[in-house]
Design a protein around this ligand. Structure first.
Ligand code: GRG
Length: 305
C-alpha cells in the first residue's frame, strides 16, 4: 500500500509539469514581468496537496486520473492566488513563503496583486478548455466559483482579517464557533472542493461525492489546526514561512483558545472521524486509492511543514 507521502511524491512531477504548461497556455501574449511572477508563485515548492486530492478522488471513484489533471491545476492556481494575496502588506504582510521571498517582495506589490487577479480566470479557463464533457466542466466551474467566492474562501479570509483588525466583534455564537466557521471557509472548503472535483471528473455518484466532501471537511479542519500548531511549535527553516506570527498578532487560533495538547486531541478526533467515514463505506471507493486517502488523514496529523 502507498502512503500519502509516497503517492504525493509519485504524482508531484506530473502536477508540476502540468502547472508549467497551464501557466504557459493561459499567458500567451501577457506581459513578461507578470508571466515571470506568475511562474515564480505557481512553481514555488508547494506540497501540492490539493492537486493530489483531485487526482486521488478521481481514481478512488474509478475514473481516469489523467482526465482530472486540468482540474488539479485549476485548484492549485486558486490556492496559489490566495497565498500570494494573503502575504500582501494589507493582509498578513509576510516576507517568506514556500521557503522563498513572497511574490510582492521578489517583484512588487502591484505585480503580486495582478498575479492573483490573473490566476483566478486562468483556473476557470483551464477547466472550460480541458474538462470533458462540457456539463462536467460547468459543474466544476460552478463549484469552484462558489468555493473561492465571498461565502467561502474570501468570506473566511475577510472574517479572519476583520477580527484581527478589530473591524468586527465576536458573534454571539462564541469564539470557538466563529473560529471553526473561519477554518471551514478558509481552509476546509478548498480541500473538500478538490475531492469533489476529482469525483465529478470520474462521473461519481451523489453518495461518493457526499462522503468525499464530508471527509474533506474533517481533513480541512484538522489541517488548519495542525497549521496553527506548527506556527507555535515549528521553525521558519522547517516550515518555509514565518512562525510565531499568530500569537504576536493575538490571532484567534485553536492553540490560543485551548492550548497545544487540547488542539492536538481535537485534530486527532477529526482525523479518526474522517477515517471512519471511509471504513464505513468500503464498497464506494477503489481499494488502493481508498487506502491512500486513509493515510492522507495521518499525513495531515503528522505533517512537519
Ligand atoms: C486572500 C482570498 C484570500 C484567501 C486567503 C489561503 C488563505 C486564505 C490564507 C493563507 C494562510 C492560511 C493559514 C491559510 C489556510 C490554508 C493553509 C493552511 C494554506 C497553506 O496550505 P499548504 O500548507 O501550502 O498546503 P503549500 O505551500 O504547501 O501549497
Amino acid at each position: 500500500m502507498l502512503t500519502f507521502n509516497e503517492y504525493l511524491a509519485s504524482v508531484r512531477p506530473t502536477i508540476e509539469q502540468a502547472l508549467r504548461s497551464a501557466v504557459s497556455a493561459t499567458t500567451e501574449t501577457a506581459p513578461q514581468r507578470l508571466v515571470e511572477a506568475m511562474r515564480y508563485a505557481v512553481l514555488a515548492p508547494g506540497k501540492r496537496v490539493r492537486a493530489a486530492l483531485v487526482l486521488l478522488a478521481c481514481e478512488a471513484c474509478r475514473g481516469d486520473e489523467k482526465a482530472a489533471l486540468p482540474a488539479a491545476c485549476a485548484v492549485e492556481l486558486i490556492h496559489t492566488y490566495s497565498l500570494v494575496h494573503d502575504d500582501l502588506p494589507a493582509m498578513d504582510n509576510d516576507t517568506l513563503r514556500r521557503g522563498q521571498p513572497t511574490c510582492h517582495i521578489k517583484f512588487d506589490e502591484a505585480t503580486a496583486i495582478l498575479v492573483g487577479d490573473a490566476l483566478i480566470p486562468a483556473a476557470f479557463e483551464l477547466l472550460l478548455a480541458n474538462i470533458q464533457p462540457s456539463d462536467v466542466a460547468l459543474r466544476c466551474c460552478s463549484d469552484l466559483a462558489k468555493t473561492a467566492g465571498a461565502t467561502q474562501l474570501v468570506g473566511g479570509q475577510a472574517d479572519d482579517i476583520y477580527y484581527e483588525k478589530n473591524l468586527t466583534r465576536l458573534p454571539t455564537s462564541g469564539a470557538e464557533e466563529f473560529l471553526t466557521s473561519i477554518h471551514l471557509r478558509k481552509t476546509a472548503a478548498l480541500l473538500a472542493h478538490s475531492l469533489r472535483l476529482g469525483a465529478y471528473v470520474a462521473g461519481a455518484s451523489k453518495e461518493q461525492v457526499e462522503v468525499l466532501a464530508h471527509f474533506g471537511i474533517n481533513l480541512g479542519l484538522a489541517f488548519q489546526i495542525t497549521d496553527d500548531l506548527l506556527d507555535v511549535t515549528s521553525s521558519a527553516e522547517t516550515l518555509g514561512k514565518s512562525v510565531g506570527k499568530d500569537a504576536k498578532a493575538d490571532k484567534l487560533t485553536y492553540p490560543a483558545l485551548h492550548g497545544v495538547v487540547a488542539s492536538q486531541q481535537k485534530a486527532l478526533a477529526l482525523i479518526e472521524d474522517a477515517k471512519e467515514m471511509l471504513i464505513a463505506a468500503p464498497e464506494l471507493f477503489a481499494e488502493g486509492p481508498r487506502e491512500v486517502l486513509g493515510s492522507l488523514a495521518d499525513f495531515i496529523l503528522l505533517r512537519k511543514k
